[in-house]
Ligand binder design. Structure first.
Ligand code: NAI
Ligand code: MG
Length: 353
């Protein structure tokens, strides 16, 4: 049966890179007739907002619920405040569909130079970020506003259930990939309540996985190690804030935003998961035809993997690497090719394989 995919191209370069990813999906169906997608596009973006004064229709989430997965581009436009686009479109999807895992591969593609010299081993690990609670809470507030005594309180909310779920997901992921080690990002030496709780629960979960080593590293040192010895990691589990920062750092270490995909996963599969590049709508290069489509295409590949076809995920990644090896890259990777040229080079390599 066909996989029902909701596509939300969004703003700026979103539709430009999405077009390439959609074409990859339809090509997959030609290369392998057992894999078919039925794609429905929803143009819920800043234009939609300016016309309707909302980012999506009232029954938007209800309509998305029926799909097997959501492929998202990027949103953001100077005519609409960023907190509106983010909090009225992306956040409701993540929350309503209980996408409490944010998965980001930090994988150096062949042919992509990193900021480091003399690297004889490729960087290849993953970050699993808690995506639903933690430091990003609306608990807190400000007191004595405008006075010399003014103060702000921002509470972190971590639940046993929340930490347990993200840890279990991480250890299960490690086991399924044959990994030997999980690294947990912490700061329990200074953030004594929430991070000690994090350590405790991660530790409890780890005892169910005696075959996998668990290491705890303070977030500050971990950030340095991401730069100094990124090959030392297999999978890193982190709270919402720490995971947010680490994943942008990870992305920078393996080639930048143009090549960084992500997945917002609902592991129970009660609701669709959402796949999107890490980058935003890049208004500075909008309409120039030079946006790198790799992050969007790779995000589509993660979606294909989530739908049960890790073989096709691998084929797409290899086709991306082949096109980089052939020198077809956009300016962010030092090349001269356009978005469309990169997209079609990737599709050609997918056909040949
Ligand atoms: P951005 O990721 O859009 O751009 C940062 C820099 O990276 C720019 O110089 C851009 O040209 C470059 N870049 C990004 N993607 C690229 C690609 N595929 N190929 C080549 N170069 C690429 O982040 P920025 O500028 O902070 O935000 C712009 C807008 O995007 C804002 O409105 C922001 O709110 C929104 N945004 C949306 C996100 C989402 O939809 N999930 C995530 C991040 C930002
Ligand atoms: Mg971020």
């Amino acid at each position: 049966s066909k996989h029902r995919i909701a596509v939300l191209p969004g703003d700026g370069i979103g539709p430009e890179v999405m077009q390439e990813a959609e074409q990859v999906l339809s090509l997959l169906g030609e290369v392998d007739p057992t894999f078919q997608c039925d794609v429905t596009a929803f143009h819920w973006n800043s234009d939609y907002y300016l016309e309707h004064n909302r980012m999506m229709p009232e029954d938007g989430l209800e309509r998305l619920k029926a799909f097997d997965a959501i492929l998202f581009g990027a949103i953001g436009d100077s005519r609409v405040p960023d907190h509106v686009t983010v909090w009225e479109l992306i956040m409701p999807i993540r929350k309503k569909f209980d996408q409490y895992i944010n998965y980001r591969p930090v994988k150096q593609l062949k042919g992509i130079r990193t900021p480091f010299k003399d690297m004889n081993q490729m960087i290849d690990f993953s970050i699993i970020r808690e995506n639903a609670e933690g430091e990003y809470s609306n608990s807190g507030g400000r007191l004595y506003e405008g006075t010399d005594r003014e103060l702000a309180i921002q509470n972190t909310v971590m639940t046993r259930e929340g930490i347990k779920k993200v840890s279990q997901f991480t250890f299960e992921y490690a086991r399924s990939k044959g990994l030997k080690k999980v690294t947990s990002a912490t700061k329990s030496n200074a953030v004594i309540h929430s991070m000690n709780f994090w350590d405790e629960v991660v530790n409890e979960v780890s005892s169910d996985y005696p075959d996998i080593e668990m290491e705890r590293i303070y977030i500050d040192a971990l950030a340095a190690f991401f730069v100094q010895k990124p090959q030392a990691f297999e999978v890193v589990v982190a709270s919402n804030l720490f995971g947010d920062i680490l994943s942008d750092l990870g992305s920078a270490v393996v080639g930048g935003l143009g090549v960084s995909p992500s997945a917002n996963i609902n592991p129970s599969r009660d609701y669709p998961s959402m796949f999107e590049p890490v980058h935003g709508s890049a208004p500075d290069i909008k309409g120039k035809g030079i946006a790198n489509p790799v992050a969007q295409i790779w995000s589509a590949a993660l979606m294909v993997e989530h739908l049960g076809r890790s073989d096709l995920h691998t084929s797409i990644l290899q086709a991306i690497e082949d096109s980089i090896a052939a020198g077809v890259t956009t300016p962010d990777l030092g090349g001269k090719s356009s978005t469309k040229e990169v997209g079609s080079a990737i599709r050609n390599h997918l056909k040949i394989r």
